[in-house]
Structure formats: C-alpha cells, structure tokens
Design a protein around this ligand. Structure first.
Ligand code: 1HE
Length: 259
C-alpha cells in the first residue's frame, strides 16, 4: 500500500480499523490528496478487520470540498474530479467492511457526501448538516444527489440546497441523517461499541447488507423480491448461519434485547 498523506491517519483496535481525517486547521476540508487517501484506505482494508470507523480531528468532521482548488478547474477537469470522488466514496460504501462515521461540528457539503457513503452515522450533539453548494453557486459532485435523498427524501435535500438550511444534530437524526445522537465527546466510544457488534455478525449478513440491500432498494419490486430470496437462500446455507441457529435452538445464543 502507498504511504498515506499526513492528513489521513489510521489505526487498528482489535478487528476495527479507525480512520481519522487529520486536517483540523482547514476544518478537514477534502482536497484531492485526502480523497485519494480515503480511496486507498478503503480499497485495502487488511484481512481480519470486521468494521471501520471514520472521524475528524479538531472541532469539525469536515467542511466539505477544499474550495481553494475549485477556481482553477475547467469543465472536463471538473467532470473527472467529480468521478474521482464517486470512485473513492464507492470504495467506502461498497468496500469489504461496513463503515461507521462519527460526526461532530460541521458535516457539510462533501463532508456530508462522505458521511452518507457510510453505513451508520453517529452524531455528537455539536453536529450540524448543510449543503452549502447552493450558496456557493455550484452543485453537489461527490454523490449527494444519489445518497442524500435516500436518507432524507428529495424535498428535504432540495430545501437544504435552495435555502441553505442547516440541520442540528437532533433534527438531523429525526429526518434520517444519522441513526444515533450522543453527547459531545462520546462518539468514538459509541462507534467502537457499535463496530464490535457489526464485526461479530456473520460475513454473509454484512456482505448482503452492504452490497445487496442497496441494489434491492434501487430495483423494481419483482427483481427486489427475487434478489431477496436468493440472498436469503445463500445466507442460510452458510455453515456459520447453521451454527448460529443451532446455538439459539440449544439455548446458547443471546436473546433479542440481551446486552
Ligand atoms: C476551508 C474550507 C473549505 C474551511 N475549503 N478551506 N464547504 C463549505 O462551503 C463550508 C465552508 N466552511 C465553513 O463554512 C466554515 O469553515 C465552517 C463552518 C466549516 C467552520 O468554521 P470555523 O469558524 O471553525 O473555521 P474557519 O475560520 O471558517 O476556517 C478555518 C480555515 O479553514 C480557514 O483557512 P485559514 O487559512 O484562513 O485559516 C478556512 O478558509 C479554511 N476552510 N472550510 C477550503 N471547504 C465533491 S463536491 C462537494 C462540494 C462541496 O463540498 S461545497 C461545500 C464546501
């Protein structure tokens, strides 16, 4: 694996890969170096890792696209730049392990695009969400037009971009931008707790949730139901599933709601 930029830091805790955006002086604004670094990290998840976490150093998760690079680009370069973001964030969404984003402060523009490519979002109470592209005279280019409406609906995203609306953490959770809100400073602990649960699932279950569920959601009812049946059949056939089912029937597995 190529060396990562100083602005991206990774560490491994047990079977969890922790990725930190480390450009706090620029509010973790995402320049090409960082986006390519993210692509590289998520394309090369070490074996044995069952879940990844991404968070930001400093007071903000991410201020989005590094705007300083935008003024120089022509249309063709802009197209390729947007496609580079798509490639990198596809690595996050459709990689080998589920990814949990821990949010605080600004989660705006490209920062929200990155967060929305993750599978679980945990927001600390300082988190605020916005799509300031509308105000900057540009359009989203990192996948928000596809991923954000799936979280909050077309009307809410349209309003965010037309009016510059900012959603605070609690409202963000209510509309679907995060699945959790936690106290300030508690995000990483919560993320690691969730990551351990995720990593303890059967491999086929996590694979299906990452790679098949979104495709079912994008397809028509008949195709979706067929894909569901095929996935269910493959999952239940795995030796790991048989062992887990046997454990439950023998009274050895946790019941729903057990810690
Ligand atoms: C930046 C960026 C950036 C900060 N690109 N340099 N995103 C935005 O439109 C959000 C722009 N940023 C802000 O609104 C604010 O910076 C924050 C609300 C996120 C944070 O405020 P604050 O007071 O903590 O920090 P600051 O003083 O505004 O910024 C500190 C430094 O970071 C400052 O640089 P300095 O050299 O003067 O110290 C800022 O210029 C710099 N900085 N944000 C470049 N985004 C794939 S398409 C996606 C399209 C988008 O993401 S558009 C949305 C871009």
């Amino acid at each position: 694996m190529l060396p990562l930029p100083d602005t991206l830091y990774t560490e491994i805790q047990d079977n969890v890969l922790i990725v930190k955006l480390n450009r706090p002086d620029k509010r973790n604004a995402l320049n090409d170096e960082l986006i390519l670094g993210i692509e590289q990290v998520f394309a090369n998840i070490p074996s044995g890792i069952g879940c990844a976490i991404i968070y930001g150093e400093g007071k903000h998760f991410s201020a989005g696209l590094d705007l300083s690079s935008l003024t120089e680009r022509d249309a063709v370069q802009g197209l390729h730049h947007s496609r580079m973001w798509h490639r990198a964030l596809d690595r996050v969404q459709f990689g080998t392990v589920p990814v949990i984003a821990i949010l605080h402060g600004a989660c705006v523009g490209g920062g929200l695009e990155l967060a929305s490519a993750c599978h679980i979002r945990v927001a600390e109470t300082s988190t605020f969400y916005a799509l300031p592209e509308g105000q900057r005279g540009i359009f989203v280019g990192g996948g928000a037009s596809v991923r954000v409406p799936k979280l909050i609906g077309l009307a809410r995203m349209t309003d965010m971009m037309l009016t510059g609306r900012v959603y605070p953490a609690n409202e963000g959770m209510a509309i679907g931008l995060s699945q959790y809100v936690v106290e300030e400073g508690a995000g990483l602990t919560k993320g690691i707790e969730l990551a351990k649960k995720v990593a303890s699932n059967a491999g086929m279950t996590n694979y299906a949730l990452m790679h098949i569920l979104p495709r079912i959601a994008d397809s028509g009812q008949e195709q979706g139901l067929m894909m569901e049946s095929l996935t269910a059949a493959i999952a239940q056939n795995a030796p790991e599933a048989k062992a887990r089912l046997r454990d439950f029937l023998d009274g050895k597995a946790k019941k729903v709601g057990d810690a």
